[in-house]
Ligand binder design. Sequence first.
Ligand code: URA
Length: 435
Amino acid sequence: MRAVDVIMNKRDGKELSREEIGFLIDGYVAGEIPDYQVSAWAMAVFFQGLSPAETAALTELMLKSGTAIDLSGISGPFVDKHSTGGVGDKTSLILAPIVASLGIKDPMMSGRALGHTGGTLDKLDAIPGYRTSLSIPEFRRILAKDGFAMTGQTRDIVPADRLLYALRDVTGTVESVPLITASILSKKAAEGAEALVFDVKFGSGAFMKDSADGEKLARSLVDTGTAMGKRIIALLTDMNEPLGNMVGNFLEVEESLDCLEGHGPADLMEVTLELAARMVILGGKAKENAQGRRLCEEVLASGKPRELFLANIESQGGDVKKFLDLRGKYRSPAGAEIRAEKSGFLSRIDAWKVGHAGVDLGVGRNRTEDAVSPTAGVQFHRKGGDSISAGDLIMRVWARDEAGLAAALPQLQDAVEYTETAPPARRLILKEIQS
Ligand code: URA
């Protein structure tokens, strides 16, 4: 078999056999097929798509490129949530201790910020001392003790995705439904969760720009995951505006603690609780959404998730006292404010522009090897739907350095959209999709 034939078959719209896909993936991981051929294949997939059988084969072959975590000996149920990526999206940090407080184990393997979207690992790394590269025995021990553990991918887990994702990121082939499906599901299958909730984001700050494409991705994740024997629920959620009032690594951990203390912003709490309710259902602790949500709200009010969140910081090497002392103060020195240019209503703050400005501020990265700043970010004092008067404070901004601040400020100013009349209320959760 030759890689060029596999590329041409896909370019011409033919369905690839499992052997052809395996030849390409195995050869790529072994270093026998070069980046330029896999890039050409990924672009062919971007335009021609993959059938459900091809997507399932790709997912399975990527999973088999590495080892899976064995959770035997730990009592379940094991349920995880995965977001397809957004701006200000810190729901994982809030819902893991909520569902763990209800007896559900969340084995969470997360990613880093890339491009305009944030990454859970970079947020956790902002907590002084917190370790996000756990060995598998450490991951198992903390999962059993706290009910959740949060780590990055190890070198042995889905190496095909590590290579492919980095390549897709620089070849304009990220926004492909089958490639995203295989990338996400291969990783999620490797971490040992029996059931998964997907937060499939659509809108300016998401990979899928409209709800129709978001729904296609949700359907593909649900169908492929179900065929792999996982129980799956996907929620299609709006990512046209950042979630919550904070964007930034330490800022988002801080806001997660606010949520666990009962004073989180409404949009963030709504999405978090709806996702957590589905995890509770998949974990067998509730029969329907309203019951699942009620259980989450009750346990949140008990304070137990907050305690577990702080216990997990300690378990993963973090300094709880220092973390709490830094609250409200750990900010980059280069700062500025953005104030309303006119009176009327704020129709939205564009998530895409904020995400891109975040890279200049130091929140995110353009290349995997770039370092991020723990203390850079944006705090919103007003969001879409609010009435405003000229001069009102809309956001406070902190940048790693003055050059980053100068680059980010015009983008942030441009992200603020005004209307004269009240904009229609935004529906945060558009649809639920299950098998
Ligand atoms: N997240 C992933 O893990 N993979 C993708 O391809 C896109 C988002």
